[in-house]
Design a binder for this molecule. Structure first.
Ligand code: ATP
Ligand code: MG
Length: 310
């Protein structure tokens, strides 16, 4: 994989400081490894994206960085310090994947965000006026001011995601680890979150995030890694996002087109091997599954149904 090795060399030779390093890491749950041979070096001050199919091990890799993966072998360092299982590394903010959070305990938006401030609260175990001011300011910044007294369960997925972001920001992290921060948010909120992260990146915060959005998010990041049970490739998107590497990562045919005017990347799933690659096979599938559809040339009996060409 020439692109991958070029990218890896670039990282190791030109980067003086590494914010997060994983060397030959294997890990997982209940005696089974879900990732292995993970060697990653995320430069300090980088804005890094991890991409890969569902179940590829992206969240598990983030958990290894946070000391939260139940079983880990190999070496993980964050900010130059070895990560100890069960102890979150200092100076790191974490925004978890919303679907993985258990909301059974009763807490308000303000409570959740205040949790991010605990380390800074001083001797008293309850928040003071300054803590409340900072929390209020951060909630406003993320458009959550009006929701501060709401129970966290009463929020939409995108709003919950922003509450977690607020909780992470309040601790003023040097490294911010986010698990799909733009999943389940609308386009405007996604752009707001990305602008906020870009601002933090400009201020020197190292950012690592997972995303499923290859075109809208990952292709614009300066550094990406393709994950599938291990690291398929890492480095600049122009080197890493090739048809070969992406197809290998996602186990599906992907094509990369370069916009001749902007130089930007456009990643297309060609679906050549998918179940609907052949329109006739697709049509047969609709019949087999009893899915209503309209035959081309025939009068549409159900105008609300999607038209499918024969
Ligand atoms: N708590 C757990 N116990 C057992 N297995 C788990 C646990 N969490 C994840 N796994 C398994 O580990 C593998 C990797 O999961 P992981 O959550 O890291 O994937 P992912 O790349 O983040 O996927 P997604 O894009 O869907 O979030 C999957 O096969 C998953 O079923
Ligand atoms: Mg995940």
């Amino acid at each position: 994989m020439p692109g991958a090795s070029v990218a890896r060399d670039r990282v190791s030779r030109e980067t003086p400081r590494v914010a997060i390093e994983m060397r030959e890491v294997a890990g997982g749950y209940g005696g089974t490894d879900v990732v292995s041979g993970v060697t990653l070096g995320i430069p300090a001050g980088e804005f890094a994206g991890l991409v890969g199919p569902s179940g590829a091990g992206k969240t598990s890799i983030l958990k290894a960085m946070l000391g939260e993966l139940p079983q880990v072998a190999g070496r993980v360092t964050v900010g130059g310090e070895a990560v100890v299982p069960g102890r979150p590394p200092a100076g790191v903010g974490y925004v978890p994947q919303v679907e993985t959070v258990d909301w059974s305990f009763p807490v308000t938006v303000e409570d959740v965000v205040m949790m991010g401030r605990v380390r800074r609260m001083g001797l008293l175990p309850w928040p003071g006026r300054e803590d409340r001011r900072v929390v209020g300011e951060t909630l406003e910044r993320l458009g959550l001011g009006a929701l501060r007294r709401r129970h966290i369960r009463e929020l939409s997925g995108g709003q919950q995601q922003r509450v977690f972001l607020a909780r992470a920001l309040i601790g003023e992290p040097r490294i911010l680890i986010l698990d799909e921060p733009t999943a389940s948010v609308d386009v405007k909120t996604r752009d707001d979150i990305l602008h906020l992260l870009a601002d933090l990146h400009r201020q020197g915060v190292t950012i690592v995030m997972t995303t499923h959005e290859l075109n809208a998010v990952a292709a614009h990041l300066p550094w990406v890694a393709c994950i599938n049970g291990g690291v398929v490739a890492q480095g600049a998107p122009l080197q890493v996002f090739t048809s070969a590497i992406l197809s290998r990562t996602f186990g599906a045919e992907m094509r990369v087109v370069r916009d001749p005017e902007t130089g930007g990347l456009l990643i297309a799933e060609t679906g050549r091997h998918g179940p609907f690659a052949d329109p006739r096979a697709h049509h047969a599938h609709l019949h087999e599954e009893g899915i209503p559809h309209v035959h081309a040339g025939a009068p549409a009996r159900e105008p609300s149904l999607t038209s499918v060409a024969d």
